[in-house]
Design a protein around this ligand. Structure first.
Ligand code: ADP
Length: 377
């Protein structure tokens, strides 16, 4: 098996006028499960298709193991891809769909092909469906066939492009755990593309966040959540999304519309070191804000706009002057709409972003993947 490495990988379309992927660098370890997440158009599929060999590479180098694959034909790269629409042949049985690629690209004896198909079908729980046609299967079963077809190839690398997007919510949750189980069992390097940050966060060893073809951050899920490298990552990861409050720093206190927040002295030093101007943005996640006790230091007055129960918790939408703020509180905390309340949060849950570069000024150097000067360009 093999890892995958990207060195200064670039992809442009239309004579260089569209930059789909820009100077992308990443080392994926052998056996690792890496998700690539980002909004539509951020370059996720292009990256995956370049590894598969379905798209050419405009610049840089992609390696699978220690082999540069830039000019290697797709069928010789040792990869197997699972597509969102499954791409099954409708006129072939499940068995044929799963064995066809092997018959075409290897000279394995029929007995070996049969036993690989049966083993993959067993892993995917579709042993009883081998003689059926895809049209007679549910969406979930077709997804299993598509994954089984990738497994029989015994690839060095699995490439998965939104493989669960066409399933209903409940089945999607179930298949997440199934795919994780299979990946752990086979220990095959996996690159998984999704626009669903929750899928990326729950399934992967590391999450790659992309925006406009540029790598924003690559880190284990909890680190992306706790130490987002910049405002884009902070906003994209986590639901409901992080709250942001614009302010101006003076004498260690951030002052914005309807609030003052005194930064702890050690944090003032870190912010001072890297900020490019006075405009800063405070960020706090909804689940890290509470309704305050009257004596909470620096609590902020707000008015309750809407209360939305979600069962285990309540989302409370507040207005701080005219700025919207969402908090997530236990279900027994249920203020009334129109109430005047105070909110508070711990210093350790506060993120501070530069108003210009949007870099997180509090994350230490090892979490940053770009220098502030480049981010500001
Ligand atoms: P994602 O998978 O994140 O939605 P894509 O990789 O599909 O993003 O696309 C990245 C960018 O490249 C987008 O701006 C898209 O419009 C552009 N793009 C993708 N394929 C082509 C193509 N064949 N020709 C021109 N532009 C393309």
């Amino acid at each position: 098996m093999s890892g995958v490495s990207f060195t200064d990988v670039r992809k442009t379309y239309s004579d260089g006028t569209i930059v789909a992927v820009d100077d992308f660098n990443l080392e994926i370890a052998d056996g690792e499960f890496v998700s690539i997440v980002g909004p539509s158009g951020s370059g996720k599929s292009t990256l995956l298709r370049m590894v598969a060999g379905l798209e050419g590479i405009s610049g840089g180098e992609i390696r699978i193991g220690d082999r540069v694959v830039n000019d290697v034909a797709p069928q010789n790269r040792g990869v197997a891809m699972v597509f969102q629409n499954y791409a099954l042949y409708p006129h072939m049985s499940v068995r044929k769909n799963m064995s066809y690629g092997l018959k075409l690209t290897t000279d394995l004896p029929k007995s070996e092909i049969d036993s690989r198909v049966e083993e993959a079908a067993r892993m995917m729980g579709i042993e009883g469906m081998l003689e059926k046609r895809p049209g007679n299967l549910s969406g979930g079963q077709q997804q299993r066939v598509a994954t089984g077809r990738a497994i029989v190839r015994e690839p060095e690398v699995f490439l998965m492009d939104e493989p669960l997007s066409n399933l209903d919510a409940k089945l999607r949750l179930h298949m997440r755990t199934e795919l994780q189980r299979i990946q752990e069992e086979l220990d095959t390097t996996t690159i998984y593309v999704t626009h669903d940050q929750e899928e990326a966060m729950t399934m992967s060893d590391r999450v790659v966040v992309l925006a406009d073809g540029q790598l924003q951050q690559v880190a284990p899920p909890e680190e992306v959540y706790d130490n987002p490298a910049n405002r884009f990552v902070a906003e994209f990861i986590g639901s409901p999304t992080m709250n942001f409050f614009d302010g101006v720093l003076g004498g260690g206190t951030l002052v914005g519309e309807g609030f003052r927040y005194e930064l702890p002295p050690d944090r003032v030093d870190r912010v001072e070191e890297r900020r490019t101007g006075d405009h800063l943005v405070l960020g706090v996640r909804p689940e890290r804000i509470r309704l305050a006790e009257p004596d909470d230091r620096d609590s902020i007055p707000a008015v309750v706009d809407v209360v939305e129960p979600i069962g285990s918790d309540n989302y409370v939408y507040l207005l701080i002057d005219d700025v919207e703020c969402t908090i997530r509180v236990p279900s027994d905390v249920r203020p009334t709409e129109g109430d005047r309340v105070r909110i508070a949060f711990d210093d350790s849950d506060v993120h501070v972003f530069d108003g210009e570069t949007e870099e997180n000024l509090l994350v230490s150097a090892e979490h940053r993947i770009r220098e502030p000067s480049k981010a500001a360009q």
